[in-house]
Design a binder for this molecule. Sequence first.
Ligand SMILES: *[C@@H]1O[C@H](CO)[C@@H](O)[C@H](O)[C@H]1NC(C)=O
Ligand SMILES: *[C@@H]1O[C@H](CO)[C@@H](O)[C@H](O)[C@H]1NC(C)=O
Ligand SMILES: *[C@@H]1O[C@H](CO)[C@@H](O)[C@H](O)[C@H]1NC(C)=O
Ligand SMILES: *[C@@H]1O[C@H](CO)[C@@H](O)[C@H](O)[C@H]1NC(C)=O
Ligand SMILES: *[C@@H]1O[C@H](CO)[C@@H](O)[C@H](O)[C@H]1NC(C)=O
Ligand SMILES: *[C@@H]1O[C@H](CO)[C@@H](O)[C@H](O)[C@H]1NC(C)=O
Length: 915
Amino acid sequence: MGRQGSMALLAFTLFGLLSSVKADSIGYGYNLVGLDDLNNGGGVVGYLELVKATETYGADVKNLKLVARYRGSDRLQVHISDADSKRYEVPQELLPRDPVDSFKANRKLFGRLKVEKSGVISSKKNQLEFHYVAEPFGFAVVRRSNGEVLWNTSAPGSGLFNNIIFKDQYLEISSQLPYKSALYGLGESSRPDGLRLSHNRQYTMWATDIGSWNIDIDLYGVFPFLVDVREGGLTHGVAIMNSNGMDIVYNDTSITFKIIGGVFDFYFFSGPAPIAVVDQYTQLVGRPAAMPYWVLGFHQSRYGYNNVEQLDYVMKKYAEVNLPVESMWSDIDHMDHYKDFTLDPVNYPVDKLLPFVQNLHKNHQKFIMILDPGIKIDTNYSTYVRGDKLDIFMRNGTSHRYVAQVWPGATNIPDFLHPKSQEFWSTEVAEFHKVIPFDGLWLDMNEPANFCGGPTCYFPPGIQTCPQIDECCMICDNTNLNRWDDPPYHINSLGIHRPLYAHTMAMNCEHFNGIRAYDTHNVYGMSEGLATYRALKELTGKRPFVLARSMFLGSGSYAAHWTGDNGATWGDLQYSVVSIINLGLFGVPMVGADICGFNFQTNEELCIRWTQVGAFYPFSRDHSDIHAGPQEFYLWESVTETARSVFSWRYRLLPFLYTLMFGAHKTGAPIFRPLFFAVPEDSRTWDIADQFTLGTDLLVSPVLQQGQVTVNAYFPQGVWYNLFNPSQVVRANNSFHTLDAPLDTINAHVRSGSILPLQDLAPTTTQARKTPYTLLIAMDPESDSFNAPSAICDRRSKATGELFIDDDDTISMQVKDGAGSLVTFEATRKDGVYVLKADVEEGAYAVKQGLMLQTVSVLGVRTAPNSVKVNGKYEAVNVTFDNKASYLTLTDLNLPIGKDFEVSWDCSGSDAFTS
Ligand SMILES: *[C@@H]1O[C@H](CO)[C@@H](O)[C@H](O)[C@H]1NC(C)=O
Ligand SMILES: *[C@@H]1O[C@H](CO)[C@@H](O)[C@H](O)[C@H]1NC(C)=O
Ligand SMILES: *[C@@H]1O[C@H](CO)[C@@H](O)[C@H](O)[C@H]1NC(C)=O
Ligand SMILES: *[C@@H]1O[C@H](CO)[C@@H](O)[C@H](O)[C@H]1NC(C)=O
Ligand SMILES: *[C@@H]1O[C@H](CO)[C@@H](O)[C@H](O)[C@H]1NC(C)=O
Ligand SMILES: *[C@@H]1O[C@H](CO)[C@@H](O)[C@H](O)[C@H]1NC(C)=O
């Protein structure tokens, strides 16, 4: 959670005025004067010279080095930096990637390639082409297959942005964009505009601790990555690997990056399918982390559970009303004076908390605890003492440590880039785990937050504790600002150009190696996340679970995310869909928003609708603020009923969801996807922000507005079966359909052509994953109308699906070494005969677990078969047929899920099945 008080917004508006300097005086650009092949032929290195110096925003860097490099068939990197000295870049230890250091740029060395007025450097293998113009230097990226210009930093005519600007604390570059481009990404923020980026907006990249109910401003995470869908649906991606503060201005036909440090390091991903873009991007920044199975269960949390008795009460209530609940979470309530790794001796004494957690574990439930990065300065606090001894705290620009104020009062902030910080953090995590065997860690306040903020802050003499824990009570001197706290260009933080030091560390704070918070601010949360992931991995040797608030490109490879302190409003419910889709694009598929809203008092109708949507979030958690009333599902009968209905389906769908997680881990594929992933060629899908699919096979069309009882939902071409009531079918052809959605109903439809692996509902995921499997097979209906003559049952149809299972202890999800099994299912109908086949890759794990397929449910069947063959032999399986729903069920199959099998049946009449 964050601070409640409203920001002193007006005090900072002056910075807005200061930063409006006339654009044409900022810089005159560079000329390309030398060019050479990269040794491996995969691109070029170039040498750029400054055209004419200006002083606005500081002196220009005189000589630049350009590296344009192809990788594989779908990635192009364009890196531009100071040719003469090394500059800050996103630390390799946080995000390992191929450095460009080894390529030398020097005017004299060049000879092999002539610098033309303009030229093209292409690689036969790559889908993208690098074009340049020499004077002033500009570059373009073109899709080879159709010649479409995806990026062009030269403006038509003598446009304003013809020039690249490169100063120590100000970098600027722009590209032309077609007016009709559909852009997505550039997070993190809450977006009332919907999913697609709006023209004439600024997106500010600055990790900020402020409630996510605040719209259109920089929030906790920083993801300078965009996805661009063009006419016809061809899609590409652009990432800039730069962690300095930046404003990204999207105008009608241009996009401009105004960055206050680092280098230009662009990556272009050729797609051309939207999902391929995420695949290519996560190949660079890291594939999403595997998540333990239990993370897919339903989680309960609240800031303001006052003692262990309350935790116990809440868990008992869920059990009493028969709602599944996977875990209890503990916010800062459990801490002794808000100190990390401690317990409040009165309300959360170990002799009460430990038995509570042991009891959870006995019931197959989990316990997750919160951590903040700030370590209270207290010589009687062992965590502080150990950190002090290892000397791993951030310094204030001198040899002294920086002092911040967070919940516990005066704190030092760990430097997670320090070589000894891992030892520090791992020790603290391990020691605390001996006290309370928690199952995962939840990282809050890691922007890092500071209730004060300023270059020098100190406590007034005599003051030890602040009267108000979340109000700054230090004295901060902001008069003599240095060039880090007060850089020449002020990014538009919070939309008011709030100073960089506000609510965080001073910008001249230093890591052990002298790198400043000015450069690393946006990766601070990532550095803590990585240290936490490693600490858990070392501790248990098993797959860790970390939920992190502040993130950066690549953070998804070790942490899940929630959308932070949202509000209990209908608007927040709407933004949640957009934010979760965006995080999926950013490579963070395991993400959710606090169900029923965190801040403000929720209400029954909102909570019903939110529960319906939240059951389909990849990460599904109810969490509320201490200032709002409780909102557990059992508090309203209607919410309880709703939760029972939607969560019984979520739990049945666990094998399907876990298999989607496996896909995300292998290829980056988001679990929770926008409609333009399904039909990018239909531009009507580009603006849909109120529907989503899970994988490709489940389409969810929720109600996100108060009082609404119908939805106008888009359906991709095909037949779609209502998950909750399969007799309700939508036959669609990339078309909108109006559906009833009374208060107790959410529309979720299964795509024909899909096979969903299911299990049974159980109180926890541990129990659910031991129940027998069901395959839900959605075939095209045998006839277009259910009353058509039976001859039409010859229509061919095919459905496919997958199931991944493993022990969820292994760090990655894999079928190698018997760690997991992958089963591919295919059902076909030809001449009235249905054949279902299972093809197993590495069945050993599944066989060892004794996991069985008991039931096959088939949608779209018009007549009951008179007999069934299993593995080629007639078997007396239990056949039930629901005529109205065209729903065939075969039970008692008893087939080991780890072995290939074939089940067939005949709907064509009597001939085929004479035995
Ligand atoms: C980029 O834009 C400039 C100015 O309009 C134009 O001259 C140049 O041809 C464009 N580059 C490509 C590859 O289209
Ligand atoms: C974007 O639009 C704003 C307002 O219309 C204008 O002031 C600014 O110069 C434009 N920026 C670019 C890079 O074209
Ligand atoms: C240090 O902590 C111990 C145990 O928590 C306590 O008994 C003692 O009073 C504390 N000392 C000071 C100086 O706060
Ligand atoms: C750093 O901390 C020391 C000790 O508190 C203080 O005297 C000094 O003014 C601080 N310097 C800056 C730049 O914050
Ligand atoms: C879907 O619509 C398209 C264009 O309107 C049409 O050409 C096509 O035949 C339709 N397909 C089906 C299966 O109805
Ligand atoms: C056959 O399966 C149905 C469920 O599909 C079940 O209700 C019924 O009891 C089963 N019959 C037998 C004889 O097992």
